[in-house]
Design a protein around this ligand. Structure first.
Ligand code: GLY
Ligand code: MN
Ligand code: MN
Length: 427
């Protein structure tokens, strides 16, 4: 851990929270990591992900039942759970210089650690307790600023990217060796040094037609007799911060690989346009136009770009949004929020676009155009769009390849953005 960057990170968070406390007339905010949640009628729990607002303050993965107390002008305090439990591994306070920034109060589950808290104290996180108030609007207020990352956070995401990229390279080799989706996923996990439960989201590993399922959730145990395409959308996690990366690998130099190359060029162009002051919605619009060009150039659709746009043809092949905020949550909080007060803005023409804000320096976002041959959407196009201009024979030839998505993680700057993903791939 870089101590000075962590100190700066804590100072930034303290300033943000002091402003929130002033706005809501509060003397303290308690952030709770959360508690274990049990499966229905079971004594096993779901994998635990700490509340991101609490995780943001600490340079290690936060466990359950941990509370942070933030007060203006005071060192933050962490209430650390002491477990009298011989069933599970012990939970010692992690060593390290981070401790210098905190008052650390170990507490057993029945300890009244909250008894000295000020009256005007708010709760953020799951399972609110009666000693603190749930303040309407506070969550949105602190979420808004999370979009702009500190250098400490950007560094965590760079490390998360580097680990994930090692996984992607191993996955590519496994695919080229003819392995199954399960084997490819295991190769990814091993090279990125994580268990499946530690992934920031369940890795998507789709061979052939499965590449056309946007959030394909299975891992086929059988090897394909004729593997053509691998779409892998998988990331890694560095003390809670995510990377979210997609690559589409092919085995043959053919008309589909030409399509992959065109989408790759378009993706890099869009990624390089992510500068402060740009309305993210305009990048999504540009992506739709770019898809229309590709469809035309590759003779998938003979309509002009303007005609395609008027008939919403690009959306048949690229049905999702161009990306989202990235951070402690893969689809990070505040993507629709245009101010601290919680005013939201949706793009009615693009219902699946998860980010409608104007970009600011040090926001971290994804750029992830796709081009898929989804049988359901193609059937709907034939039923609903007269004179769609698409070459159905060519589309039939493309269907066994499934589709393409290429996704990079980008740090917005005032001029040329930083492409964390391409930097880690070395290209
Ligand atoms: N991995 C989910 C997404 O790209 O949004
Ligand atoms: Mn994404
Ligand atoms: Mn993704």
């Amino acid at each position: 851990m870089n101590t000075s960057s962590y100190q700066e990170h804590i100072a930034t968070l303290q300033a943000r929270y002091a402003k929130a406390m002033q706005h809501f007339n509060l003397d303290a905010i308690v952030l709770a990591s959360g508690q274990k949640t049990y499966y229905f009628q079971d004594d096993h729990t779901a994998p635990f992900h700490a509340y991101s607002g609490a995780q943001q303050w600490l340079p290690f993965t936060l466990n359950t039942d941990t509370y942070l107390i933030i007060q203006a002008g005071q060192k933050p305090r962490i209430v650390w759970p002491i477990r009298d439990d011989f069933w599970h591994a012990p939970n010692p306070v992690p060593a390290g210089e981070w401790q210098d920034e905190w008052d650390i109060s170990p507490a057993r589950v029945d300890d009244k650690w909250f008894s000295g808290l000020p009256q005007k104290c708010a709760w953020l996180g799951p399972q609110p307790q009666s000693f603190a108030q749930t303040i309407e609007g506070l969550n949105a207020y602190v979420d808004f600023s999370k979009a702009v990352k500190t250098p400490f956070e950007i560094n965590a995401m760079r490390l998360a990217t580097e680990r994930a990229v090692k996984g992607h390279l191993a996955a590519k080799e496994a695919f080229l060796a003819g392995m199954s989706e399960l084997e490819i996923h295991l190769a990814f996990l091993q090279a990125s040094q994580q268990t499946a439960a530690q992934e920031p989201y369940p890795g998507i590993v789709g061979v052939n037609e499965h590449a056309a399922v946007l959030h394909y959730e299975h891992k086929d145990i059988n090897r394909s007799a004729r593997p053509l395409t691998l779409l892998i959308d998988a990331g890694a996690n560095e003390h809670g911060y995510a990377s979210d990366i997609t690559r589409t690998f092919v085995r043959h130099d053919d008309e589909f690989s030409a399509l992959v190359n065109s989408l790759d060029t378009m993706e890099q162009h869009l990624a390089s346009s992510a500068m402060s002051g740009v309305d993210y919605r305009s990048i999504h619009q540009e992506a739709l136009v770019g898809i229309a060009h590709i469809l035309h150039d590759h003779k998938i659709c003979r309509l002009s770009v303007d005609e395609q746009m008027a008939k919403a043809i690009p959306q048949v092949f690229f049905p999702h949004g161009i990306g989202h905020l990235l951070g402690l949550q893969v689809h990070d909080v505040g993507g629709f929020q245009i101010d601290e007060l919680g005013t939201t803005r949706k793009d009615e023409n693009s219902p699946f676009l998860r980010l409608t804000r104007t970009l600011k320096k040090d926001m971290v976002i994804t750029i992830e155009p796709g081009l898929y041959f989804v049988p359901m959407l193609l059937e709907k196009m034939q039923a609903d769009i007269p004179q769609h201009g698409c070459d159905l024979e060519l589309i039939e030839r493309f269907k066994p390849y499934g589709g393409i998505r290429i996704e990079d993680n980008i740090v917005v700057k005032d001029d040329l953005p930083i492409n964390l993903t391409r930097n880690a791939f070395g290209q």
